[in-house]
Design a protein around this ligand. Structure first.
Ligand code: AMP
Ligand code: ZN
Length: 453
């Protein structure tokens, strides 16, 4: 069944219509977070891409079956060749599972603050070990995988004829020594092979028994095992950030297709471009990692982030700035205020305008055009009842809570003076005075949050 939504498919480098089964059900897999730290706004751009697709399909009358994994083991850092969970565990002297639990909860909290519709399932890698081992055993049986001398199980890249079709990285062009697989200890038969199950070696944490000895799963097999288990042998759409195209998705495709007798498991591969912040790649070392909590502590509505994403094409690299977030924040407040006014007028149908605005989204998620269209309607002399209908309808996809009355409370001049005095006390490190003022403000119902930025 067709859905009316066309998206740019990385593998064919063409736009395709997303498919659905005969009941109008669309199966989607989106690579989830590695839970050793907070998801930053870049990660959230990719997760909100999945939410936008989900909301678009629902608005078009379809049903969505979305699965998103939680990576809590097996994702190795490129520079240290160490499990990201265990590096963090060492650094913080904390149990890795406890860290995973904390950041998984925060991931869900962020998604809720950003109005994302929850996926049907969020399977954890650490709780899907059996599923992964079954798939690995199957790949060994079909001679797509082998047990190396070091007890590690490798996928044989050459056993999959279509290797490279997704990313363009053909085997003949992949030279030994590329950093696409972290061990180069001679146990691999071919340099482009990768580990499905890694022998524990000296590692003592996050390891499990297996038919091939104690060890832990590779990151790529996690997504094959989970998507095949939860969605079956046909996935309509697979979503992730552009950096996952190779090797993660290339390898996932090789594994899944090989396990399904070379049938094409994923119909359409959708990749979101990266987010930059104030012109630079977000990284801890650059000190420009931005979180949802940073927006909140600056007094910004988290949905402002959602609007900035909608104002940019998902396939273009995007530069987020505090200024663009502030501008988006005021747009949302203004739309909410205006909506309250428009909605006082009698209801008026606007089917044509709604279809026109939605058509942009159906065409490879051209949301910037929809936002522009709404800005024009806002300024136009269209009857208010019609404006209300259009904004309310489109908000089912945009999810900016436009119909919610803004909660901007005017601060009295007395409260404002107290806030200023407290900031001054804090700047002068007069913490006794700043704490006293905070308590006074709390009594007046004003909870002051201090930003670390
Ligand atoms: P991770 O938690 O590192 O496994 O990444 C989760 C998701 O975020 C993946 O789909 C990545 O491709 C995506 N991602 C990572 N960095 C960025 C970024 N700066 N902009 C957009 N997506 C990103
Ligand atoms: Zn994945």
């Amino acid at each position: 069944m067709k859905t009316g939504l066309t998206l740019f498919d990385t593998k064919s480098a063409e736009r395709h219509e997303v498919g659905a089964d005969e009941n109008g059900n669309v199966r989607i897999y989106c690579c989830g977070p590695t839970v050793y730290r907070d998801a930053h706004v870049g990660n959230l751009r990719t997760f909100l891409l999945a939410d936008l697709v989900q909301r678009t399909l629902i608005f078009a009358g379809l049903k969505v079956d979305l699965v998103q994994n939680i990576t809590d083991v097996g994702h190795m850092s490129e520079d240290l060749a160490e499990d990201k969970m265990l590096s963090e565990s060492k650094l913080k002297a904390r149990d890795p599972f406890e860290i995973a639990q904390e950041y998984e909860a925060k991931f869900h909290q962020d998604l809720a603050l950003l109005n994302a519709i929850p996926a049907r399932a969020y399977p954890r890698a650490s709780q899907s070990i059996e599923m992964m081992q079954e798939l690995i055993a199957q790949l060994i049986d079909s001679e797509n995988a082998y047990v190396g001398e070091d007890g590690t199980v490798y996928f044989s890249a050459e056993s999959f004829p279509g290797y490279g079709e997704l990313s363009g990285n053909r085997l003949k062009d992949l030279k030994p020594g590329h950093r696409y697989e972290y061990v180069e200890n001679g146990a691999k038969r071919f340099h482009a092979d990768w580990a499905l199950w890694k022998a524990a070696g000296n590692r003592t944490q996050m390891i499990w028994p297996s038919p091939w000895g104690d060890g832990f799963p590779g990151w790529h097999i996690e997504c094959s095992a989970m998507s095949l288990h939860y969605l079956g042998s046909h996935v309509d759409l697979h979503i992730g950030g552009i950096d996952l195209r190779f090797p993660h998705h290339e390898n996932e495709r090789a594994q899944s297709n090989s396990a399904m007798e070379n049938q094409e498991v994923v119909d359409l591969w959708l990749h979101g471009e990266h987010l930059l912040f104030e012109g630079r790649k977000m990284s801890k070392s650059a000190g420009n990692v931005v979180l949802v909590s940073d927006l909140i502590s600056r007094g910004l509505n988290p949905l402002a982030l959602r609007l900035t994403f909608l104002e940019n094409r998902y396939r273009s690299q995007m530069n987020l700035t505090w200024d663009s977030l502030k501008a988006a924040d005021s747009t949302i407040t203004r739309w909410r205020e205006k909506y309250q006014d428009w909605a006082k007028a009698p209801f008026a149908a606007a089917d044509e305008e709604i279809s026109e605005a939605f058509a942009f989204i159906l065409s490879d998620l051209e949301t910037p055009k929809t936002i522009l269209y709404l800005r024009e309607i806002e300024k136009s002399d269209m009857e208010p009842g019609k404006k209300a209908t259009i904004f309310k309808a489109l908000d089912q996809v945009l999810a900016l809570d436009i119909t919610v009355a803004p909660t901007r409370t005017e601060l009295s001049s007395e409260v404002e003076a107290m806030i200023v005095a407290r900031a001054k006390a804090r700047a002068e490190k007069n913490f006794a005075e700043s704490d006293r003022l905070r308590d006074e403000l709390l009594k007046l119902g004003v909870d002051v949050k201090d930003s670390s930025l």
